[in-house]
Design a binder for this molecule. Structure first.
Ligand SMILES: Cc1ncc(COP(=O)(O)O)c(C=O)c1O
Length: 480
């Protein structure tokens, strides 16, 4: 393709484009000029079309034209960008009190450490659940939740083929058998593909809310109820996301979160398990803490303990981690609001492009808005789009942050720590076959989407540059 003479808005004729340069249009389209149109797009009205507008014809940067930006635009990690005196004050309190361990020590006034226990109360309240247990990571949260749900050797857990290693690892670590279902165009588990994987050994459906957007929980929950299965929501990548008005993690039997540094809020590492079921809470509290139910958790349980000590693990969170998390949690809704604001404006600025379509949303209001995913015809077109966007100095990427697990070599080969691992010694464990045949649709979905990572602190000008780059690149690549 050479020398594209194109109006930014294909609905208008080339002659009408001449009077308005790209900066002028983008200023109007993104709020630099503070239009009332913008006000109408920032409250979730993503279907509002951009105003009729035009731009000087431009050659794509990948073909030698001037890039939209001089420097590459990349999204930064969200949580640490919001660090300020609140995190500092919480951390210093732990230092000054010399109380880094949640169950030991008294401050100068004789108070026990309270960062973890308070974070648990505050996070449970935020997620609208009765209980929360703070743990060291999302991976240990998954293991704790699966242990609470009594997953062990002989049990099968259905999970999406596109998710992070931890989802598979946690099932195998407990001796369970991972069984993959396809994802749909929302990149989340396809509820219609779950039932065919259910056997008499299935115990749990792991609904992962991937890349900041909720899985379609209503049909998953209905199926689980009908087939008497438990639902574990993995919200590691979706802290701050809701589904039909409810926080993710509060709809299934158990929910887990990660606070690793790529996630919405973060002290570096950390995780949490939530549930409203006292039995699951007691099992989870014991599993993450050497089989014990400490006084602090016994008080939260608020009823007599129902079980004895059992063999378990130690995944307790430190007071330092909880200190930072308490401050971050107070900012979570602001971070989500900032993501929404930027993403809504980008969508409003590009959705009128002829033929453009986006990742399917199971709840358009509930997503985090940390990505804008544009649909292409497949790998070749996706890669062209990504290369052309990067040449404009606006980052774009294929779907990331997860792995098509059935085709990961060690999973396809069912490699485990030790050859007789219980996951794969049952007849079904021996028979199960992973690999490409287990997830052809997931592989297609993966090839189709190009994503623009969003930053909650993008400036108006950066939002304008994203819109400008997509408006310049998308029509050209789609017509190529
Ligand atoms: C879907 C999902 N589940 C679980 C985890 C594990 O979280 P962590 O890295 O905190 O152990 C991750 C991490 O990225 C994840 O993406």
């Amino acid at each position: 393709m050479s020398k594209r003479k194109r109006c930014i808005d294909d609905r208008r004729s080339a002659s009408s484009c001449r009077g308005l340069d790209r900066r002028t249009f983008l200023a109007a389209a993104t709020g630099l000029a503070s239009t009332s149109w913008l006000a109408s797009t920032t409250k979730g009205a993503v279907s509002t079309p951009a105003p009729a507008a035009s731009v000087a014809p431009e050659t794509l940067a990948i073909e030698g034209g001037k890039p939209v930006r001089a420097k590459m635009l990349e999204a930064k990690l969200s949580g640490p960008q919001y660090y300020d005196d609140e995190e500092r004050r919480e951390l210093v309190e732990v230092l000054d009190n010399r109380s880094p361990f949640r169950w030991w020590g008294l401050d100068a006034l004789g108070h026990p450490p309270d960062k973890c226990i308070n974070f648990e109360k505050e996070f449970a309240a935020h997620q609208q659940t009765k209980y929360c247990i703070a743990v060291t990571s999302g991976t240990t949260a998954l293991m704790t939740a699966l242990a609470a749900l009594e997953v062990g050797p002989g049990d099968e857990v259905i999970l999406p083929a596109w998710t992070w290693y931890a989802c598979y690892d946690a099932i195998v670590a407990l001796g369970g058998l991972p069984v993959f279902a396809e994802v749909d165009e929302s990149m989340n588990i396809d509820p219609a593909d779950i039932e065919r994987h259910i056997t008499p050994h299935t115990k749990v459906i792991m609904a992962v809310h991937i890349l900041g957007a909720p899985a379609d929980l209503d049909p998953v929950l209905a199926l689980a109820k009908r087939r008497k299965l438990k639902v574990l929501e993995d919200c590691a990548q979706s802290v701050g996301v809701t589904y039909k008005g409810k926080p993710v993690g509060s709809l299934g039997d158990c929910g887990i979160y990660s606070f690793q540094v790529n996630k919405t809020i973060s002290p570096g590492e950390g995780g949490a398990v939530v549930t409203s079921d006292p039995y699951l809470f007691e099992r989870a509290a014991r599993f993450h803490d050497c089989g014990m139910l400490r006084t602090g958790h016994a008080q939260v349980l608020g009823q007599p303990a129902r079980m004895q000590m059992f063999t378990s693990c130690q995944y307790r969170m430190s007071e330092f981690t909880a200190a930072v998390l308490r401050a971050q949690l107070r900012k979570l809704d602001r971070i989500v609001g900032d993501f929404h604001d930027k993403t809504t404006r980008v969508l409003a600025g590009i959705r009128d492009l002829p033929g453009i379509s986006f990742r399917k949303q199971n709840d358009p209001e509930g997503g985090l808005g940390n990505w804008v995913f544009i649909r292409t015809s497949g790998k070749a077109q996706r890669d062209q789009f990504i290369a052309a966007m990067r040449a404009e100095n606006v980052n774009a990427e294929p779907m990331g942050g997860s792995v098509i697990l059935p085709i990961a070599p060690h999973i396809e080969k069912k490699q485990t720590l030790q050859p007789d691992w219980p996951s794969f010694t049952s007849p079904r464990g021996k028979a199960i076959q992973y690999g490409a045949a287990a997830c052809p649709r997931t592989m297609e979905v993966y090839d189709r989407y190009a994503g623009i990572p969003m930053d909650p602190k993008f400036t108006d000008e950066e939002v304008a540059d994203i819109i400008g780059a997509v408006r310049k690149v998308y029509p050209a690549v789609m017509k190529a």
